[in-house]
Design a protein around this ligand. Structure first.
Ligand code: DGL
Length: 269
């Protein structure tokens, strides 16, 4: 069991931000990534469809013989939190780890959350935060244009369309004097240059991907699931459609060698 890979999935390439953190924390582990690039974005779909996609993505990873699954997708983690209950391996989403990290980071108790339409409609982050501390003031904004911008590769902080979109979505949160902002979608850390520049240093950005990778590392260790063979460290990428932006963003995050290792699969196979 220990020497099997860790499985990570997302609707597209946002979950690569989790893979990047996992490689840093656990360089000896094998990782299998599935990005459902043929069906991204999930964030505007019905809860029933997102639940079905989550089951299909997790089952695809199980067929790759993984020992642990990370739903590296804020939307799936928010809307379909019970996906893991049906699985024979441990399963982790990104909501609880990000909420925990934000609770530790905030000084004034005013926390902003940005995510997809489905994530914000689910109220998952504010529920989780109020369970940690009922006095937190949580302000949530859906940012439906961010995922298409990332998937289109419009990620340069100086990009005028990106700058305008960031201002349009986030200005109202700054008016509330938040000191912490949860990037509740795993695509958003790819935009953290533009988001951070607009928010300024007084707002701490919490990456749901980073927080979940840290939590998964701790849990794998606790469960005795860390690999003991020294031959690990391989990463396999599967996508349901090979898009130019997947190559661009994997190149930016990992460099050319890793990015080249990807296989196209149909989710029905
Ligand atoms: N990375 C996904 C998330 O964390 C993007 C969702 C989408 O496909 O709309 O929510």
């Amino acid at each position: 069991m220990k020497n099997k890979p860790i499985g990570v999935f997302d609707s597209g390439l946002g979950g690569l931000t989790v893979v990047r953190e996992l490689i840093r924390a656990l360089p000896g582990e094998d990782i299998v990534y599935f990005g459902d690039t043929g069906r991204v974005p999930y964030g505007g779909r019905s809860f029933e469809t997102i639940e079905r996609y989550a089951r299909e993505d997790a089952n695809f990873l199980l067929r790759q013989n993984v020992k642990y699954i990370i739903a590296a997708c804020g939307t799936v983690s928010s809307v379909a939190p019970h996906t893991g209950a049906l699985l024979p391996v441990p399963y982790k989403g990104v909501v609880a780890p990000a909420a925990k990290a934000a609770a530790l980071a905030t000084k004034n108790g005013k926390i902003g959350v940005i995510g997809t339409q489905a994530t914000i409609s689910s109220g998952a982050y504010s529920r989780e935060l109020s369970q940690i501390d009922g006095s937190f003031q949580v302000f949530e904004v859906a940012c439906p244009l961010f995922v298409p911008l990332v998937e289109s590769g419009w990620i340069e902080p100086s990009d005028p369309v990106l700058k305008l979109t960031v201002r349009r979505y986030i200005a109202s949160l700054l008016d509330k004097t938040i000191d912490t902002l949860i990037l509740g979608c795993t695509h958003y850390p790819i935009l953290s240059g533009a988001i951070g520049a607009f928010c300024g240093e007084s707002v701490k950005l919490i990456s749901s991907g980073h927080a979940s990778a840290t939590e998964a590392t701790r849990e794998l260790c606790e469960l005795g699931l860390l690999r003991d063979e020294r031959t690990g460290g391989k990463v396999r990428f599967y996508v349901s459609d090979i898009t130019a932006s997947f190559s661009d963003v994997t190149n930016i995050l990992f460099g050319g060698d890793l990015a080249a290792q990807r296989t196209l699969v149909s989710i029905d196979d």
